[in-house]
Write a protein that binds this ligand. Structure first.
Ligand code: CA
Length: 612
């Protein structure tokens, strides 16, 4: 397949460079190739080039492929072909543009089993520019718009790349995470702040400063060899303003507000709010995120098909295990339903998590597949992000717990409302991510390891698919009050000459080693414990400031007993018989045996993860 892809690129290069000036120049052909044997055989091919629409367009040398429709728009530089490839064999055929033949390849589909990701996984979120610089030669690429390289500038490029990520796969496997979510790796040829990846300028090209498309696929394959899954972060809502689709807009309504900047209202809750005004909903979905990221109009079928195909292309080509979709509620609801259905059709079970940043469970629940709250609408989106839980886990461990309003009482109250979710096992749960304060807001806070011990234990033993943010495992601290760039600092040891190399035990500070060992112990334990993945949660009202819950799955039981106060607490155990199947257990955190007689005494803020 690699050879086939290269052949397609070379053939295209030859056909576009060897033509006489009067002949049509095909600057972009998207998708760059496709596959035979897709369940839905429809294929949109976009041709972009100066005055290309003035040429006759046809297909030739094709076996079993029908050209159903040729769409021309008011921009003569685009032609969209709609082909029917159902039942057609893998082949190379020609797209005839005037007298020029452009070869196009339908590959054989790869026969790889996609395991996807679920509650048995722990996801590791990292930002490629900031994780590890494995190749300093690609730090600057001649001809790209951002040439500044400054590893100390919060909004500048730092030089991290796919080579660095690939080199640290053994570190991640040893840590015990099972899936990696890198922020977007597609090219952002933008003059400023290109490091974050969310301003894509070509949906079919990896950012050369991270590596090539082949480097990306190599990274995925090397991850798979270590039992790690890869979740691709994609963006349908907007693109970078330097994308050729914005510099030379295909149709007047390709972008919302006809290509003019109108700022989004950012009120994501308004989309699912039964009482919302159309004004607020429209401002959220059709307003632009920022001026440098034009907002795509997915109600236009040309746009919708273009985006859906780009995502299928990467799943197929790079053998991906799952998807994370950016700024979910900002997209057109129905277009996203079409997308989820199409992914499900081609890759049954492939999990997608959508970023619906809403701070209450009713609002988040609206976005999940089969939500009763959204009915009769149905997003078809399997996994949503549990932002309310993130908020709670960031402060419940700082409060003295009482029975009603403080500390773990609030956590109990929140989890007692889980009935609002259509599928609690498909909530992505986390302490922080690249857009929030880090769990440790500053280095002084990170000195208090008890807080992390309790929050991480909750994260890794409650329901859902836990996600860590790179650096959580070494107590990295950052505060959003100082801007988004500082939340995305370099992982120590990822850059040549870093004195603190947190990828190795010898290179870590004693405090970093404590964080790493605590995190690794819980992650490695969780990997092999299905009760912590799929176990039905059963919890108890708070008593004596202590929160107790159990999870049981196919004969395996765990029970978490967590003291939410800074005082010693003694609890009677008869009340908890439903989650304590035996009189003795092992505490996963300390590896010691615990005898469960009539009562149990817990030290201040003590946490027990009991395995039976
Ligand atoms: Ca680099």
């Amino acid at each position: 397949m690699k050879q086939a892809f290269l052949a397609a690129v070379m053939a295209l290069t030859v056909s576009t460079t060897s033509m006489a000036a009067a002949k049509p120049q095909v600057e972009h052909i998207h998708p760059t190739c496709w596959w035979a044997g897709m369940k839905d055989g429809r294929l949109q091919i976009m041709l972009h080039g100066k005055n290309i629409a003035r040429e006759e367009v046809a297909i030739a040398r094709a076996q079993g492929i029908a050209l159903r429709e040729v769409v021309r728009t008011e921009n003569p530089n685009y032609v969209f072909l709609y082909l029917d490839t159902k039942g057609a064999p893998a082949q190379t055929f020609d797209i005839q543009v005037g007298k020029t033949a452009v070869p196009y390849i339908l590959n054989e589909r790869a026969r790889v089993e996609r395991k996807t990701y679920d509650a048995s996984d722990v996801v590791y979120l990292l930002m490629p520019d900031r994780f590890a610089n494995g190749n300093t030669e690609n730090d600057r690429i001649q001809g790209m718009k951002e040439q500044e390289l400054d590893a100390t500038a919060p909004l500048g490029r730092h030089g991290g790349d796919l080579a660095g990520m690939t080199a640290q796969l053994d570190y991640l496997a040893d840590l015990g995470v099972t899936a990696i979510w890198p922020t977007p790796t597609l090219v952002n040829d933008m003059p400023l702040e290109s490091y974050h990846g969310y301003a894509i300028t070509n949906f079919y090209e990896t950012d050369p400063r991270l590596g090539s498309n082949d480097d990306y696929r190599h990274f995925v394959r090397e991850a798979h060899r270590r039992g790690l899954k890869i979740i691709q972060d994609i963006v349908f809502n907007h693109c970078g303003s330097e994308n050729f689709l914005f510099r030379d807009i295909p149709t007047r309504d390709w972008f919302n507000h006809e290509g003019h900047y109108v700022q989004s209202g950012y009120k994501t809750g308004a989309v699912g709010d039964a009482n919302a005004s159309q004004y607020d909903r429209g401002r959220t979905t059709d307003g632009w995120f920022v001026q440098s990221m034009p907002d795509m109009n997915q109600r236009n079928r040309l746009v919708r098909d273009y985006l859906i195909q780009a995502s299928l292309w990467w799943i197929e080509w790079a053998e991906l295990d799952g998807i994370r979709q950016d700024t979910y509620p900002y997209n057109d609801f129905d277009a996203m339903v079409d997308w989820c259905r199409r992914v499900e059709l081609e890759y049954p079970g492939l999990n997608i998590v959508g970023e619906a940043w809403i701070n209450h469970n009713v609002g988040v629940a609206y976005w999940q597949k089969d939500s009763k709250i959204a009915a009769p609408r149905n997003s078809q989106l399997r996994t949503v992000m549990d932002f309310p839980l993130m908020g709670l886990l960031n402060w419940v461990c700082d409060q003295e717990t009482d029975e009603w309003d403080h500390g773990f009482a609030k956590l109990y109250e929140y989890l007692s409302q889980d009935g609002v979710y259509a599928d609690v096992d498909h909530l992505l749960t986390f302490l922080d991510n690249h857009d929030t304060d880090r769990f440790q807001k500053n280095d002084e806070m990170a000195q208090d390891t008890t807080r992390y011990k309790q929050a991480l234990t909750l994260l890794l033993t409650l329901r859902g698919i836990p996600q860590l943010y790179y650096g959580d495992e070494i107590g990295m601290a950052a505060n959003k009050g100082r801007g988004d760039g500082v939340l995305r600092q370099n992982f120590p040891g990822g850059w040549p000459g870093d004195k603190n190399n947190a990828f190795t035990p010898q290179g870590r500070t004693p405090l970093q080693n404590w964080y790493f060992r605590f995190t690794r112990n819980l992650l490695q334990w969780r990997k092999g414990n299905p009760a912590a993945h799929y176990g039905k949660l059963m919890h108890y009202c708070i008593q004596n400031g202590v929160y107790v819950y159990g999870r049981a799955h196919e004969g395996k039981n765990i029970c978490v007993i967590i003291n939410g106060t800074s005082k010693q607490q003694t609890i009677a155990l008869d009340r908890y018989a439903e989650v304590l199947p035996l009189r003795k257990a092992t505490d996963v955190l300390t590896h010691r045996n615990v005898v469960l007689s009539d009562s149990l005494t817990l030290g201040p803020r003590e946490t027990l993860v009991l395995e039976f």
